[in-house]
Design a protein. Structure first.
Length: 311
């Protein structure tokens, strides 16, 4: 019976039908989506921290307003994604608990520090740029609520990417010190941005199954290459250099060849040993505790309204 059900499910996927919350789905498909969507949501929430760090120090009112709006957008993305994950039968409280106790992953990139204003430009240009490259195909992912959440998220992310590139452009065309600040930030963010796409295909645990289920539409290495091909000319246009001596355009394939990624560093960050892992988790826990009164007040208000409705 299971085989017949699995076969029917796969046939729906192969016809590019969307799977909806009340449809039958294999348990492993459900668990995989809960894992990926909740990790994605956690990344948006933790991703607010490195940028939030600069809201009070943005160099002008215009920059401050844009950054404030961007960080708010990330919070909103987290909330849509938690709602999409909830349709698969996991509660918000459980996901929060997994994040706050360090059981759940979030993107490795948010364990790096934002040391200067140029880092805020790099987060927009490179981190949002990488996020979009990965998320545009997710607008066609097989699970309906995830795919629909991605459409709006991608629109907002592409605006974020442009505001980041504009910050970097302003610095790159500014004084020698400003250009040096942009170059230093690029040197520190380039390799971690490439790691956002996940381990190489040969070492990726989930790619084969997730491609068959059309959760993923492209492999980690395919998306990484697309990102490099799109981003390198943007950096050269600004007169910046990438910290990779092996970076070279391959006329035969039309792709940029690049040097070896330090996968040991990636593994250390995933194991909790990145530059800011502890700081991020501690901050997240402090915020959660500081927000306890809001949750209590919201519950008390909901109870009062329910009682009034019954009366
Ligand atoms: N960091 O077998 P695979 C953003 C884990 S964008 C941490 O290849 P899969 C926007 C992976 O979970 C960033 N962990 O896995 C923003 C798995 O671990 P597990 C978030 C990573 O799922 C911008 C193991 O390694 N975007 O936040 C990473 O097929 C600016 C084996 O890997 C998404 O989450 C990593 N970089 O492919 C916000 C997109 N890479 O669970 C604020 C949705 C891999 O077995 C400011 N996610 N791992 O223990 C995906 O597309 C996929 O999950 C991949 C990984 C591509 C990330």
């Amino acid at each position: 019976v299971d085989e017949v059900r699995d076969g029917r499910f796969q046939a729906r996927i192969d016809r590019d039908e969307k799977i909806e919350p009340n449809d039958w789905m294999p348990e492993k498909y459900r668990r995989t989506l809960i894992r990926q969507i909740s990790q994605h949501a956690h990344s948006e929430i933790i991703g607010m921290l490195p940028e939030g760090n600069w809201i009070t120090r943005a160099p002008s009112l215009k920059r401050k307003a844009a950054l404030l709006a961007k960080v708010q957008d990330e919070g909103g993305h987290g909330l849509y994604l938690y709602s999409a994950a909830e349709t698969l039968g996991i509660s918000r409280e459980e996901m929060n608990e997994q994040l706050n106790t360090g059981k759940a992953r979030y993107s490795s990139i948010f364990n790096y520090p934002t040391l200067t204003w140029a880092d805020i430009g790099m987060v927009g240009w490179l981190v949002d740029g990488a996020a979009i490259m990965n998320q545009i195909p997710l607008c066609r992912t097989s699970y309906g609520p995830y795919a629909r959440a991605m459409v709006r998220i991608c629109k907002e992310e592409s605006f974020h990417q442009r505001q980041g590139y504009e910050i970097v452009m302003t610095l790159a065309r500014g004084t020698a010190d400003q250009k040096a600040m942009a170059q230093d930030a690029l040197n520190r963010w380039w390799w971690p941005a490439l790691m956002m796409f996940g381990p190489p295909d040969a070492e990726s645990l989930h790619t084969d199954q997730n491609m068959a289920w059309r959760i993923k539409r492209f492999s980690n290495d395919e998306l990484r290459q697309k990102f490099i091909d799109a981003t390198v000319p943007q950096g050269h246009f600004l007169g910046l250099e990438f910290p990779d001596k092996d970076l070279a355009f391959d006329e035969a394939t039309g792709h940029w060849r690049f040097g070896a990624i330090d996968w040991d560093e990636f593994k250390r960050v995933l194991a909790g040993e990145g530059p800011c892992n502890r700081q991020r988790l501690a901050q997240r826990n402090r915020s959660h505790e500081a927000g306890a009164w809001v949750r209590e007040a919201a519950l008390a208000h909901a109870k009062k309204r329910a009682a009034r409705r019954l009366a």
